[in-house]
Design a protein around this ligand. Sequence first.
Ligand code: IMP
Length: 194
Amino acid sequence: MPTYFLASQNLHKLIEMQAILQDSGVRLRPLSEMIQMPEIDEDGDTFLANAVKKALTGARLSSCFVLADDSGLEVAALDGEPGVHSSRYAGPGSSDEQNTAKLLRCMQDITCRQARFVCVLAVAGPEGLVGTAEGEVRGRIALEPKGHGGFGYDPVFIPDGYEQSFAELSEECKNQLSHRSRALEMALQIGLLQ
Ligand code: IMP
């Protein structure tokens, strides 16, 4: 069974991605099983730059096929913020709750609440970069957090076609709609993961 090692410290992501890939025959393991991954400075201006940097670093250090992702929330009325700063929107080391609270504060007087989650995947191997894939899910920012599932901005993101936030929807439902599942579907379709 083809195995890829995921360069992420985020256990939620690994679990979500494993569930999405369950029927594909692709196996995902944490890269921490192979090497101690150094802290990567996600200083790129784009999700693509950060995902490629993480995949290449992991592959170089482990000589394995490494999958990395960079993802985040882009809010139209905030010119795409928090974007690549999603995980540290309220400052270095900020919690999901602090980031979400800052987002709601910034959007207090904003009626246009359109947003999208974006995920860029990169696969690299011992020979270098193999390729990349991208997925998005469009929706809107809620007026207040709702639900207890998921992570990050899930309690304030309502996907198009739904009235509940990602944190209120079931895990299966989020996994069908999410930017990560769409990026993984694209990666399977184009043979990036096989
Ligand atoms: P990274 O891709 O690990 O750098 O994560 C970026 C940040 O984007 C996370 O810390 C979350 O704040 C946010 N994010 C990415 N994907 C999701 C998601 O599926 N739900 C909620 N927040 C997310």
